[in-house]
Design a protein around this ligand. Structure first.
Ligand code: SAM
Ligand code: SF4
Ligand code: SF4
Length: 383
């Protein structure tokens, strides 16, 4: 039997970030103001992974065969503590970041994560406004955590739910977790004012594509924005195959056969989801029926607008979901760097960014795609 793949965690040492020969940048000398990368993309969104552990075993993310009881999760001392995370977030805000999103693994498994939310909520951008603080969760612990997260200052939650049908969902999460508990979490988030709640459904052909319409029917008119995500080749443990991608245009075709849709304007620049409103009898968007979103990560690459950086649980900065290397900010942080040094390092790293994996996917597949085992897992870097 082939041994399970345990992904390598390649790291770009801090010396590269602080003292190495300058990388080619879009704006010359790295500055600590708002930054742009080599393709002119700003840095507006920081995703922070607070744990590499999870209580689900979704086959497309943490398949049981790989993430078993012997999997080498990060030791506690390797994790950034809340003060370190909040300090880094503070350094990122003047560089242009408006939104902080906590993710994982399952972020609600990190003990007292609401204390981190409170520290992040106290931060201010240079114009005095607070950053938006969002969280992506599998919803399993949300019913009991929603109010405390709201009280701590969380702005919004996104809940992942891949099916409304009980057997299909239990198969997808692979730990026999019931749908009803996730729906309770969504209801608790709505009641606590963490809305509009978004629900993410990864659609895998032949596995849960039969759930597209039932999910749409369930959430239509509920105030929840349901978003359909194409199954991505992120990481190297899920055995991804293009034939399992259920494209966004098929989702739209399927739903509009029952409920006519009209395309809506993007809510903001850099928004990855295309928005579709349920049409009323007059053919125009009926806000009471709500909207859905499609995220065509494979068939409609949106690298041109990608303004997201990702901070791993142990403090490595990744510039792309498909990057095989992360820049070691923890070393810099624990080595006594001050805020200005941290900001200059991050600015320099962002200004040297040219990543656009999804745009290149087709040609890379034939040539230089990162080899199996080199790509970073979604559960490590966060979605
Ligand atoms: N555990 C939390 C959750 O499931 O919401 C947060 C972390 S999870 C890695 C973040 C998001 O990534 C989820 O919405 C999940 O469905 C999505 N995801 C994970 N692996 C994926 C893949 N191979 N393709 C597309 N989306 C994926
Ligand atoms: Fe866990 Fe989220 Fe990955 Fe599912 S998608 S295994 S819930 S981290
Ligand atoms: Fe952004 Fe990388 Fe995804 Fe392109 S492939 S949208 S650069 S994360």
């Amino acid at each position: 039997m082939t041994p399970p793949l345990v992904p390598q965690r390649r790291v770009i040492p801090v010396v590269d970030a602080r003292r190495a020969a300058p990388r080619r940048t879009s704006g010359g000398v790295p500055s600590a103001g708002a930054v742009r990368d080599l393709r002119g993309r700003p840095l507006t969104d920081l995703r922070i992974s607070v744990t590499d552990r999870c209580n689900f075993r979704c086959g497309y993310c943490m398949p049981k065969e790989v993430f078993g009881k012997d999997y080498p999760y990060l030791p506690h001392a390797a994790l950034l503590n809340f003060e370190e995370i909040a300090r880094l977030a503070r350094v990122f805000l003047p560089l242009g970041v408006r939104k902080l999103r906590l993710t994982g693994g399952e972020p609600l498994l990190r003990r007292n994560v609401e204390l981190l939310v409170a520290q992040l909520a106290a931060l201010r951008r240079p114009d005095g406004t607070a950053p938006e603080i969002a969280l992506t969760t599998n919803g399993s612990l949300l019913a009991r955590k929603a109010q405390v997260l709201k009280d701590a200052g969380l702005s919004r939650v996104t809940v992942s739910l891949d099916a409304i049908d009980e057997p299909v969902f239990r198969r997808m999460n692979d730990v026999d977790f019931p749908v009803a508990a996730v729906l309770d979490g969504i209801a608790a988030a709505q009641a606590a004012g963490l809305g509009p709640v978004k629900v993410n459904m990864v659609v895998r052909r032949g596995v849960n594509d039969g759930q597209v319409l039932p999910m749409a029917r369930h959430f239509r008119g509920s105030g929840v924005v349901l978003r359909f995500i194409e199954y991505m080749d992120v990481g190297s443990t899920n055995g991804w195959d293009l034939s399992e991608v259920y494209p966004s245009n098929a989702v739209i075709e399927c739903i509009s056969s029952a409920y006519p849709l009209v395309e809506l304007e993007p809510s903001s620049a850099g928004e990855t989801a295309r928005r579709w409103g349920y049409a009323g009898t007059d053919g125009r968007h009926d806000p009471a029926a709500g909207e859905i979103g499609t995220i065509g990560s494979v068939t409609e690459a949106f690298c041109g607008d990608c303004s997201r950086a990702r901070l791993s649980t142990e403090g490595r900065l990744f510039l792309c979901l498909f990057a095989s290397e992360g820049h070691d900010l923890r070393h810099l942080l624990r080595g006594g760097a001050d805020d200005a040094e941290l900001a200059a390092a991050v600015a320099g790293i962002w200004q040297g960014r040219g990543d656009r994996y999804s745009e290149l996917r087709a040609s890379l597949a034939a040539r230089a795609a990162p080899a199996a085992g080199q790509r970073i897992e979604m559960s490590y870097i966060g979605g």
